[in-house]
Design a protein around this ligand. Structure first.
Ligand code: FE2
Length: 277
């Protein structure tokens, strides 16, 4: 068996340095900057945070499955509701269908190299549901508490796999990923499901989240691809440094598994999820 497959099965993640070129990363960065530039900050003040037990989820978020929307950092505004800093330094993320709708993002998100890695980690028929450009802004980049991505993409059997691209060097100073090696063998602790017009977190298992002692920081250079299992617990701290920590993520499931109708992200017939090729 491929050594990457073995490693992925044992530790629940793979770190692949040098996966993306400086040129490809710059193109994505430039395109993200253009999207923010065109974004009307005053019209949309939805804040994205996973800190709250019950996430603030509104129609703006729920309607972002098949479009391209910008979400603010939680700490972007002052007490009067004004941006504390420039709009370009206030956005938490862009989501969730750039990989299908935007030519620059689509080029970054597809190709034989990605399809090959997907195959090596067990996705025989990948379907890429979601893309996110995550900024982790200097000074105000929010913490993302411990979670498992399978909470958001429930399939039977569990197949969701995360493709996390470092667009800048990520280290403990600017809020890199932390993971629990082998933690993907533990249970799914909670599930994020549609409820009425919004969504809610359904507790499933009381297994505690990893302690600092058992978690490891993934300090990686720009261009690195980190692939991780949907049950792998992961976390990233707030970014209080003067440096940003841009990353781009894709979430894929296997078409052979049953995709839950209770997942918040659904695609209609006009924009079906497709693979990496
Ligand atoms: Fe995650």
């Amino acid at each position: 068996m491929d050594s990457r497959s073995t490693l992925f099965q044992e530790q629940g993640y793979l770190v692949l340095p040098g996966f993306k070129s400086a040129q490809a990363m710059q193109a994505l960065r430039d395109r993200a900057a253009q999207i923010i530039d065109a974004f009307d900050a005053d019209a949309h003040r939805t804040i994205f945070t996973t800190n709250e037990q019950q996430r603030q989820v509104d129609a703006y978020f729920m309607g972002s499955a098949d479009t391209i929307r910008c979400f603010f950092e939680e700490e972007a505004f002052d007490a009067q509701g004004r941006l504390r800093q420039d709009k370009a330094l206030s956005i938490n993320k862009i989501g969730h269908a750039m990989h299908d709708l935007d030519p620059v993002f689509a080029a970054f998100s597809h190709g034989p190299e990605l399809a090959e890695v997907a195959g090596a980690v067990g996705l025989a028929e990948p379907l890429v549901w979601q893309s996110m450009y995550i900024f982790k802004q200097p000074g105000i980049g929010g913490e993302v508490r411990w979670h498992q991505d399978a909470s958001f993409f429930d399939t039977v059997p569990q197949t969701v796999t995360t493709f996390w691209f470092a667009l800048e060097d990520a280290d403990r100073g600017n809020g890199c990923l932390w993971v629990e090696p082998g933690g993907h063998r533990g249970p799914l602790r909670e599930r994020f499901v549609v409820q009425g017009a919004g969504a809610t977190i359904e507790p499933l298992d009381a297994t505690p989240w990893p302690e600092t002692g058992t978690a490891v920081p993934l300090e990686v250079a720009a261009g690195t691809l980190v692939v991780f299992h949907g049950l792998l617990p992961h976390y990233s701290a707030a970014n209080r440094s003067p440096r940003s920590r841009h990353a781009y993520t894709l979430h894929a499931t296997d078409a052979r598994a049953r995709y839950s109708p209770r997942n918040w992200l659904q695609r209609g017939p006009g924009l079906p999820a497709r693979g990496f090729r």
